[in-house]
Design a protein around this ligand. Structure first.
Ligand SMILES: Cc1cc2nc3c(=O)[nH]c(=O)nc-3n(C[C@H](O)[C@H](O)[C@H](O)COP(=O)(O)OP(=O)(O)OC[C@H]3O[C@@H](n4cnc5c(N)ncnc54)[C@H](O)[C@@H]3O)c2cc1C
Length: 613
C-alpha cells in the first residue's frame, strides 16, 4: 500500500507552508530522520523530516507551492511496489490553496532539488535564495558593476570603523582577497571616540551615583564619592587603545591587508591612497566599499572652537572638569555626556529643540528620563531653538529662543551634540558617479552606489548612525557581492540604546507612531517599582512598555527605561524579528527573579492579565 505524505504542522501556529525545496527526488530511498523538504511559513524556514521509510514515488507539490497543513504533498512506496497510475492519495480533494510561485513541473522540481545538492550549498542559503527571489521585486536595486576589472583585490574597504572592519573581515571569510584602508585608528569612531570610551566613562558615573544615592541603603558604608576625572578618562582611553589593537589582530587572523593612509577617488576609476608622508599610490579592486563614517555636526551659529564650544572628541578627553556645562541636543550622545559630567560634579543644562528629550523615543519613556535627570539636578530646557553658541572671552554663551522669548545661558564649556554628517567631502566623490546629497551617499538595498563597483555603508549612508547598523550593513553588502542572498537590513527593528542612568532601550514603533500611522494597537506596561530583582538592586526607577497590534497580536514596538534596559531590549528585538505575538510571549517562561520578568508582566498587562500589578 502506498503511503501518503502530508504537509506537516511544523509549528503551533502553522496552517499552511510553502515548499521551498525538495531535498529528495522521485526514486530516492527515504531513511527516517533525513530531511525530505524545506518548508517556509511566514515566520521561518523549517525542515520536514522523513517519518515513513521507503522510496519517494511521486512528488505532488512542486517547489514554490503553498499547501494547507494536512494536504498530501508526496507518495511513498515499498522498493518493489507497483503503484497504480490512478492512485489518489487521501485528502486530495481537500480545500487546498495550492499556489505555485514558479511554474516548475514536479519532475523538474525533484531534479532541481537533487541537483542543488544539499552538500554543495547550505540549506539556509538555498532557502534564502528562494526567499530572495520572492523579495527581488520589492528590493530597490541599482545595477551591479565592477570598479577595476583586473583589480589586485576583490574588495577594498575605505574606513575601518564598525562598518568597514566588519565588512572586510566578512569578505575575507567568504574567500575574497581584501584590503582595508584607514587614515587614523582601526575601529573608527565607535572604538576610539564613540560607543566604547563613552561607556567606560559612564560606568564611572554609574558607580558614583550608586554610592551617592544607595551607598547607605545598601549598607556598604560609603555615601560620598570622590570623582577623579583624570583616572576615569585614562581608563576610558586605555580601553579604546586595547580594542583598536584587537582589530589589527583580527585583520591578521583573517588575512585582511591593512593599508594605512587616506583614500580618494580620482577620475577614470582610480582609487588613490596617500600615506602620512604624503606618498600616493593607486590601489585597484573589483569592488570598493566606502565606509568613511561621519563627524560631529554643528548648525550655523554654533561656532565650534574645540576649546570652549566643543564636540564629543574633546568631551571624551577633557583637560579639566567644567564647572558649568551646557549641552546642546538631547539625543543619546548629549544625554550620556550630561549624565557623566553631572555625576563628576559639573552643573549641567541640556537644551533641546524638540518638545521632549530623547526626541526619537516613546513619549512616556522620555518623561521618565526627564524626571530622573531633574532629580539628579540636571536642568532641561525643551522646545528651545539655539541660534548661537560662541566662545566669548573664554566663556560659552548660548543664545536660544524658547516660549517665544530670546534667552541666553552661560557655561564654562558648551558641548554641541546635534548629530553627525557623513565624511563625503574629501573622498573625491565628485570624480565618480556616486550620488551624494547633504553628505549622504545614496545606496540601494545591497549598498550599491550609482558608480559601478562602488558600495557605501555605515554613517556615510545616513541615519540611523549607529555602530550595529553600520556592521550589519557591511555584512549584507559583502554577502550580496558574494551572491549569498542576504536578507535586507530591517530598518524597522533597529535597537536604539542610551546608556545614561536610567538607561533606555527600544525597538520598533513608538505609541505615537502607531497613532500617526493609524495602526490599531494595544499597550502593556510594567513599572520597576514592584519588581523584586529591581528592589534588590536598589534600581526601582523605570518601566517596560510593550506595544502589540490590536488585531493580530504581533509585537510592534518595545520600550524600556531603567536599569539594564539596553540589555533587556535585546529579547524584545529578537521577538520582533521573529514576528512574535502577544500570546507567544505570554506563553514564554521568564526566569525568576530577574528584571526581564517585567517584560512578561508588561506583555500580560496588554491583555489585562498582569499578575503583579
Ligand atoms: C560619542 C559617541 C557615542 C556613540 N555611542 C554609540 C553607541 O553607544 N552605540 C552605537 O551603536 N553607536 C554609537 N555611536 C555611533 C557610532 O560610533 C557610529 O555609528 C559608528 O562608528 C559608525 O561606523 P562607520 O563604520 O560608519 O564609521 P566610523 O566609525 O566613523 O569609521 C569611519 C572610519 O573611516 C576612516 N576614514 C574616513 N575617511 C577615510 C578615507 N578617505 N580614507 C581612509 N580612511 C578614512 C575614519 O578615520 C574612521 O576610522 C556613538 C558616536 C559617538 C560620536
Amino acid at each position: 500500500m502506498p503511503i501518503d505524505v502530508f504537509m506537516t504542522q511544523l509549528s503551533p501556529t502553522m496552517t499552511e507552508g510553502r515548499i521551498a525545496r525538495w531535498l529528495k527526488k522521485e526514486g530516492d530511498e527515504l531513511v527516517s530522520g533525513e530531511v525530505l523538504a524545506e518548508v517556509e511559513t511566514d515566520k521561518a524556514t523549517m525542515e520536514m523530516e522523513v517519518v515513513d521509510e521507503g522510496v519517494l514515488h511521486k512528488i505532488l507539490s512542486p517547489e514554490g507551492s503553498i499547501i494547507t497543513v494536512g494536504a498530501p504533498i508526496a507518495v511513498i512506496r515499498e522498493d518493489d511496489e507497483e503503484v497504480a497510475d490512478d492512485y489518489v492519495p487521501a485528502g486530495s480533494g481537500m480545500d487546498n490553496p495550492v499556489e505555485i510561485i514558479e511554474d516548475v513541473s514536479s519532475e523538474e522540481a525533484a531534479a532541481l532539488g537533487a541537483e542543488s545538492a544539499p552538500d554543495a550549498q547550505p540549506a539556509s542559503v538555498a532557502a534564502h535564495a528562494a526567499h530572495d527571489e520572492e523579495e527581488a521585486d520589492e528590493l530597490n536595486l541599482k545595477s551591479a558593476g565592477i570598479f577595476n576589472a583586473d583589480g589586485e583585490y576583490d574588495i577594498v574597504v575605505v574606513g575601518a570603523g564598525p562598518g568597514g572592519y566588519v565588512a572586510a573581515i566578512r569578505a575575507a571569510q567568504l574567500g575574497f582577497k581584501v584590503a582595508c584602508i584607514e587614515s587614523t585608528h582601526l575601529g573608527g569612531i565607535c572604538l576610539n571616540w564613540g560607543c566604547i570610551p563613552t561607556k567606560a566613562l559612564l560606568r564611572t558615573a554609574e558607580v558614583i551615583n550608586i554610592i551617592k544615592h544607595s551607598g547607605d541603603e545598601l549598607g556598604i558604608g560609603v555615601s560620598e564619592a570622590n570623582p577623579d576625572l583624570e583616572k576615569a578618562v585614562a581608563r576610558s582611553r586605555g580601553i579604546s587603545a586595547k580594542l583598536n589593537n584587537g582589530i589589527g589582530f583580527l585583520f591578521k587572523k583573517n588575512k585582511v591587508e591593512h593599508i594605512e593612509g587616506y583614500a580618494t577617488f580620482e577620475t577614470g576609476n582610480k582609487l588613490m591612497v596617500k600615506d602620512a608622508e604624503g606618498n600616493a599610490k593607486q590601489v585597484t579592486a573589483k569592488h570598493v566599499i566606502v565606509a568613511t563614517g561621519a563627524r560631529a555636526r554643528a548648525f550655523p551659529g554654533m561656532d565650534v572652537d574645540n576649546e570652549v564650544v566643543i564636540t564629543y572628541k574633546q568631551a571624551l578627553a577633557p583637560k579639566s572638569l567644567p564647572k558649568k556645562l551646557v549641552v546642546i541636543g538631547s539625543g543619546a550622545i548629549g544625554m550620556e555626556f550630561a549624565y557623566f559630567y553631572n555625576a563628576m560634579g559639573s552643573e549641567v543644562t541640556v537644551i533641546e529643540a524638540a518638545d521632549q528629550i530623547l526626541p526619537l523615543e516613546d513619549h512616556e519613556i522620555s518623561k521618565v528620563v526627564a524626571r530622573s535627570f531633574k532629580k539628579q539636578k540636571i536642568k532641561i530646557i525643551t522646545g528651545a531653538m539655539v541660534s548661537s553658541a560662541k566662545n566669548v572671552d573664554g566663556t560659552a554663551i548660548v543664545e536660544y529662543e524658547a516660549k517665544g522669548k530670546q534667552q541666553s545661558i552661560e557655561g564654562d564649556v558648551c558641548l554641541v551634540a546635534v548629530g553627525v554628517i557623513g565624511n563625503t567631502d574629501a573622498i573625491g566623490a565628485e570624480n565618480t558617479s556616486m550620488s551624494v546629497d547633504r553628505n549622504t551617499i545614496a545606496v540601494d538595498d545591497w549598498y550599491r552606489t550609482d558608480h559601478p563597483g562602488v558600495y557605501a555603508i555605515g554613517d556615510v549612508v545616513g541615519a540611523p548612525a549607529l555602530a550595529h547598523v553600520a556592521s550589519h550593513e557591511g555584512i549584507v553588502c559583502v554577502e550580496a557581492i558574494a551572491e549569498k542572498h542576504p536578507h535586507p537590513v530591517d530598518y524597522g527593528n533597529v535597537p536604539g540604546c542610551t546608556y545614561c542612568q536610567p538607561q533606555v532601550g527600544s525597538c520598533g514603533k513608538t505609541e505615537n507612531q502607531c497613532k500617526e500611522e493609524g495602526i490599531p494597537y494595544k499597550v502593556g506596561r510594567m513599572s520597576y517599582g514592584t519588581n523584586g530583582k529591581a528592589m534588590g538592586l536598589a534600581e526601582t526607577e523605570g518601566m517596560v512598555k510593550t506595544i502589540f497590534h490590536a488585531e493580530t497580536g504581533e509585537i510592534l514596538g518595545a520600550h524600556i527605561v531603567g536599569a539594564e534596559a539596553t540589555e533587556m531590549i535585546v529579547s524584545l528585538g529578537v521577538a520582533k524579528t521573529l514576528e512574535s505575538t502577544e500570546a507567544e510571549l505570554a506563553h514564554h517562561m521568564f526566569p525568576h527573579p530577574t528584571l526581564s520578568e517585567m517584560i512578561h508582566e508588561s506583555v500580560l498587562d496588554s491583555d489585562d492579565r498582569a499578575i503583579h500589578i
